[in-house]
Design a protein around this ligand. Structure first.
Ligand SMILES: Cc1cc2nc3c(=O)[nH]c(=O)nc-3n(C[C@H](O)[C@H](O)[C@H](O)COP(=O)(O)OP(=O)(O)OC[C@H]3O[C@@H](n4cnc5c(N)ncnc54)[C@H](O)[C@@H]3O)c2cc1C
Length: 461
């Protein structure tokens, strides 16, 4: 296990090759995992010339938590939940605590994380730094809106408690700021009250994208959580056919009698693991077309009130350990866009481009976002978001994604930085109009550019 020697070394830790979850663009950095905020502050004070960046559980898809030739600080030893107010549902925890840990602690007392991405294997620090969103964005906004305060170790090693009321510029530069304002070491998170750990799920199948958009727009107010899975290879009259699942946490009376004795049970396990090495090309347009057909046909045309566990509803991919290996050694590229609600035509055009190119996105997800928060670089805005993942070796992928970028820009939308692997600096100011405010705070907190990552160098952040 990596341990920081902290013996005056300016580049503490072992040299390690790192990638994001998509396993593209590996780079080598000095990596160490400090035990507490004091060790972490020493590392910041002795940062090497190539700078330093925090890394949580490495679930961002590309190189936000990498730092080629510099220092990477893994936060997962900061893993204590130091206070949990079971009455008000406020958890005070170190930044390396995972959302799964928060669920294990909170659920017995009836508290669930306020926002969950599609995996619970992310840290609280990573959830704030990417200001992550979940299936409830239209109802609850993104993660940072539920953070009461955090302790930030600034690039000069000083520690500061940051609240949205007293220090809004630093708070909203850090929420969504991809680790570039300092390293979060502790946070207070307001959890959400639930009566059970099961979600009552309604499922409908739509024959095309228009039906999917209309259904989500009509029904979002009735559900806390909703998302549409799309068949990205369907074309013509079936373009964007989808399976939509929407749900609310169940009440104890909804559960079968035998489950009512333990309505808040939560047993997070990964059922199987992906093999260490999968052959290249396993995920291709033929296998994805077959899988999509099977998935679509298997889904109920319309089903109401099916009880699903938290794992099945929120984190189905966590059921397979290291599922990212399925894409083979070349890895895969995630791409997530959002466009304003009025730009639904851009979603249609994106699907036309993808199906025409035969580009096999294995997991294609559409969701309707509510209004964004104040994060200068936070991704969500009121609109339609489409998330895709393509094998990195998909023929013509670079051209396809550039065309999508252009459509997104023309529609006034943006691409998600926690998933991005290829944007250049030119697109950024239009996609993120509050970028100058972010840069201003960064210049004040970090005049000598201590905080750096491969992502920040690529985008000139
Ligand atoms: C299967 C899967 C599903 C996903 N679904 C969603 C989704 O539905 N919605 C969504 O929004 N995202 C989603 N994501 C992306 C993921 O939620 C984010 O990338 C999240 O930031 C990952 O957290 P992490 O702890 O792994 O951080 P890392 O990937 O290690 O780091 C991500 C960023 O956070 C910064 N960071 C990490 N810790 C700290 C800290 N303590 N202080 C300051 N900065 C820090 C890093 O520097 C980096 O810039 C998904 C990812 C996967 C693999």
């Amino acid at each position: 296990m990596l341990r920081s020697p902290l013996s005056g070394d300016t580049e503490a830790g072992a040299a390690v090759t790192l990638t994001g979850w998509g396993r593209t663009e590996p780079t080598v950095a000095r990596v160490c995992d400090p035990a507490d905020a004091a060790e972490l502050a020493i590392l910041l004070r002795h940062a090497p010339a190539r700078g330093i960046i925090a890394r949580g559980l490495g679930r961002s898809y590309n190189n936000a938590a990498q730092n080629d030739g510099g220092q990477v600080v893994i936060t997962t030893r900061l893993s204590r939940i130091t206070d949990f107010d079971t009455h008000h549902g406020i958890a005070v925890c170190e930044a390396g605590v995972s959302l799964e840990q928060l669920m294990i602690t909170g659920l017995p007392a009836g508290w669930f994380v306020p926002v969950s991405p599609g995996t619970r294997q992310v840290t609280v620090g990573g959830a704030i730094a990417a200001d992550v969103h979940g299936k409830n964005h239209h109802a609850a906004g993104s993660f940072a809106s539920h953070v009461r305060w955090f302790d930030l170790v600034l690039p000069d090693g000083q520690q500061r408690r940051v609240t949205p009321e007293d220090d809004p510029r630093v708070f909203w530069a850090t929420a969504g700021g991809m680790g570039l304002t300092g390293i979060i070491v502790r946070a207070a998170v307001q959890l959400t009250k639930v009566q059970t750990s099961r979600v009552a799920v309604d499922t409908v199948r739509t024959t095309d994208i228009d039906q999917a958009l209309a259904y989500l727009a009509d029904t979002d107010q009735s559900y806390t959580y909703s998302v549409a899975w799309l068949d990205c290879l369907a074309s013509g009259a079936r373009l964007g056919r989808s399976v939509i699942t929407s749900g609310n946490f169940a009440q104890p009376g909804d559960l079968p009698l035998k489950e009512r004795r333990d309505p808040l049970s939560f047993r997070p396990t990964a059922r199987i693991g992906a093999p260490r090495s999968c052959p290249p090309g396993l995920v291709n347009k033929h296998t994805v077309a077959l899988a999509n057909e099977a998935w679509y046909r298997k889904a109920a045309r319309r089903r109401a009130g099916e009880l699903q566990t938290i794992g099945a509803f929120f984190h189905p991919l966590d059921g397979i350990r290291n599922w990212n290996r399925v894409y083979g050694p070349a890895g895969f590229r995630q791409y997530q866009l959002v466009v304003p609600l009025a730009a639904d035509r851009t979603i249609r055009r994106a699907l036309e481009r993808i199906s025409r190119a035969g580009a096999p996105s294995f997991v294609t997800v559409l969701k309707r976002f509510g209004p964004g928060d104040d994060g200068f670089l936070s991704f969500p805005m009121a609109g339609w978001t489409l998330a895709l993942d393509f094998p990195a070796r998909t023929p013509g992928l670079a051209g396809l994604l550039t065309a999508l970028d252009d459509d997104v820009l023309a529609a006034g939308g943006r691409v998600y930085l926690a998933k991005d692997s290829r944007l250049g600096p030119d697109a950024l100011p239009a996609m993120y109009p509050r970028l100058p405010e972010f840069r201003q705070v960064r210049a004040e907190l970090d005049p000598s550019g201590v905080m750096r990552s491969d992502l920040s160098r690529r985008l000139g952040l």
